[in-house]
Design a protein around this ligand. Structure first.
Ligand code: GLA
Ligand code: ZN
Length: 681
């Protein structure tokens, strides 16, 4: 059955464009006409407008001036393009901060900021919310039905937190709604420790450098609150838009390794996901950069389990990395199409045209200060545009994944809170990436999900360092394995509950001991210059950072420690539970051990590889991804290395979408890319 999901039915194209700020060039509108000419040459069909346009749109309180947007939307549309229209709340006009200082954020030391910068408003301020709603309503009235508007880009990169009295009050209300009584809260927070018991909700302050930070449950709740408050702020932004145009589709642009908000909580408010990708290309190991970027593409696709948009990327370099290296020729095309391979229906850049002044004047853009199409970067962008046109039929197709990896924000906050293990760096990201890498290197599609997600559609679920589990997680895992699923968890599983209290009665929590058939008695944290050793089927593997001392409670032992006082104790196990299996890896490996076990599991479960490959996977820095509409399979083969890779077998006969003809194998140049198509079997 054919299935496709389009952003808008009358524009079934992969979007190619980016952030466009024509208001910066209002004094010389010939630039706008030049932009239209250049957009066609760059094979761009979409621009994101209005992101930081508040002072142009509402120069004085309540006095709107939409002339520039009117003109630009019409111009883009009459040139065959479309827009994603942004709400302007990412940066406010001066008058707003001057008249209503409450919209300015207060930092953790209690200092209110002056008017400056961006992305720094109070999310609670009723005034800010009202002013945002007002302008959003005006925008929706004026442009909601404009044929150029494909979707709405709400604010820009929501981030951070505010410690003003309004936010503190809202935090207390959040806690009161959650715990009902102060007694419940004290119990949930174990606050009798150090005599920190609260007498009333009024005593509670947000954790900050000058307030309470020793109550772990409070720290986690503060992250939950700032997430909830931001989602609520976004709801407020979206409300007038959807009231005026019920069909409007909304998104907000998310970020790489964004720490402070649990993005899974944005799932219900966005109609589709989008994110801004700025990897550190050419900074060492290209394979690692490609694969960690892939992890985030996978996460954002999984968020709604449908096509997402790459909202921003740079066509050349950024200006905010410590070292701002140019993308090497070819890499930009490859990195752009990488997003599409993972399920993006767009390649968009920050920014269309370089600004003349201010902090981003040297950030990469499609159009440089030089101003013409005669640049290396422009030509490269045009080439990406041509590729996107050739593969236009991929628009709206999905990604089938038989494997999921659990990456969970609350778990990460709890781990970092834990005051144990390796204090400074638990390496949660790196651990999740390392499991993802196994699948990436073998061309196996993979979703990234939260700990309480529906697991039933996956053959295999990986739970790296899932330290925080709640009752729902325990049930979720139990029923998944019982029903025939294969679950693979690692050290530090199931140690604390949702308010960061340790589980009593042995780790992992409750029933998980039966599911995995083990008990984790102690964890040994190694110094960075030390290693441990594990033996499995006559081979030795190095252990890094963590060696848990576990006991089998019925699980079959797959590997044992071969050093130290826990020599001979199990270091990896598998347990048959119900119709499924639960694997446990008690130590941190260097990818070799997990590969051996996962190779076996992947074979046993018949998990689909997009390309045939041996035990060690595809050649260095090569991967393969597929999208499908149920009738056709679209195969992307990507080479992120600086070496050509010859004769990669495709395993089936495919149509070559870029060069025409048929192919059963492919040779890829350095940073080379190929896209194929075949009917599903
Ligand atoms: C972010 C922002 C953009 C711009 C780029 C620069 O993603 O959303 O406005 O600042 O970074 O890389
Ligand atoms: Zn505030």
């Amino acid at each position: 059955m054919k299935r496709r999901i389009y952003l808008k039915d009358d524009f079934r194209k992969l979007l190619h464009g980016g952030d466009y700020n024509p208001e910066q060039w209002i004094a010389d509108k010939s630039i706008w006409d030049e932009d239209m000419r250049l957009m066609k040459l760059a094979h761009c069909n979409e621009m994101t407008v209005g992101i930081f346009s508040w002072s142009a749109l509402e120069p004085k309180e309540g006095e709107y001036d939409f002339s520039f947007l009117d003109e630009i939307l019409d111009k883009i549309y009459s040139n065959g393009g479309r827009v994603i229209l942004a709400t302007p709340s990412g940066a406010r006009p001066h008058w707003l901060a001057d008249k209503y200082p409450e919209v300015l954020r207060v930092d953790g030391n209690g200092v209110r900021q002056h008017f400056s910068a961006r992305h720094n408003h109070c999310f609670t301020s009723p005034v800010y919310r009202q002013k945002v709603q007002n302008i959003n309503a005006e925008l929706a009235k004026r442009y909601g039905k404009h044929p150029a508007v494909l979707a709405w880009h709400i604010s820009n990169e929501y981030g951070g937190e505010c410690y003003c009295s309004l936010c503190q009050q809202a935090f207390r209300k959040f806690l009161k709604d959650k715990y009902k009584t102060i007694d419940n809260l004290n119990k949930a927070y174990w606050s009798s420790f150090w005599s920190h018991t609260y007498d009333s909700f009024d005593q509670i302050e947000a954790p900050s450098p000058i307030t309470e930070r020793s109550i772990h449950g409070l720290n986690i709740d503060w992250f939950r609150f700032t997430t909830a408050q931001t989602v609520d702020f976004m709801k407020c932004e979206v409300e007038p838009i959807k009231a005026i145009c019920p069909d409007a589709k909304v998104t907000t642009n998310m970020m790489f390794e964004h720490y402070g908000y649990d993005y899974y909580k944005f799932r219900d408010i966005i109609d589709f996901a989008s994110w801004d990708s700025y990897p550190l290309w050419h900074s060492g190991n290209q394979e690692l950069t490609a694969q960690t970027t892939a992890f985030w593409h996978d996460l954002y696709r999984s968020l709604k389990d449908k096509p997402f948009l790459l909202m921003e990327s740079t066509p050349s370099l950024v200006n905010w990395h410590e070292y701002n290296k140019l993308k090497r020729p070819g890499l930009d095309n490859l990195a752009s199409i990488q997003a599409v391979a993972h399920g993006s229906d767009s390649v968009q850049y920050f920014q269309w045209r370089k600004s003349r002044g201010s902090v981003e004047k040297f950030h990469g853009a499609v159009v440089d200060h030089e101003g013409t199409e005669n640049t290396r970067v422009f030509r490269s962008v045009a080439k990406t545009g041509e590729i996107l046109e050739k593969i236009e039929e991929i628009t709206g197709t999905g990604v089938d994944a038989e494997v999921a990896i659990i990456y969970d924000w609350e778990n990460m906050w709890a781990l970092d809170n834990s005051q144990g293990f390796a204090q400074k760096n638990k390496k949660y990201y790196q651990t999740c990436y390392s499991y993802h890498r196994y699948f990436w290197k073998r061309g196996i599609n993979c979703n990234i999900i939260d700990r309480n997600a529906d697991l039933s559609k996956y053959k295999l679920v990986i739970a790296p360092m899932l330290y925080m589990v709640d009752e729902q997680t325990i049930k979720n895992f139990e029923s998944y394995v019982k029903g025939g699923g294969t679950l693979y968890a690692t050290y530090a599983l199931g140690m604390v509950n949702e308010t960061d209290l340790c589980y009593l009665g042995g780790f992992p929590a409750g029933k998980l001991k039966d599911v995995f058939g083990i008990w984790n008695e102690e964890i040994d944290t190694l110094y960075p210059n030390q290693t441990g050793e594990v033996a499995c089927n006559g081979k030795k593997y190095t252990a890094y950072d963590y060696c848990e001392i576990i006991h089998s409670r019925g699980a079959k032992v797959l590997a044992t420690y071969s050093q130290d006082f826990y020599k001979g104790e199990p270091s990896a196990t598998v347990n048959e539970y119900g119709l499924g299996k639960a694997y446990y890896q008690a130590f941190r490996d260097g990818d070799d051990f997990k590969s051996v076990i996962l190779n076996r599991i992947v074979d046993e479960l018949g998990i689909c590889k997009n390309l045939p490959c041996g035990e060690d996977g595809l050649p260095f820095a090569v991967s393969a991804h597929t999208r499908t509409d149920g009738e056709n399979i679209y195969l992307f083969v990507e080479n992120y290395s600086e070496q050509a890779v010859e004769n990669i077998a495709l395993g089936e006969v495919y149509e070559d979408m870029l060069n025409g003809g048929q192919a059963e194998s492919v040779t890829l140049a350095p940073y080379g890319l190929a896209i194929f198509k075949r009917k599903t079997n």
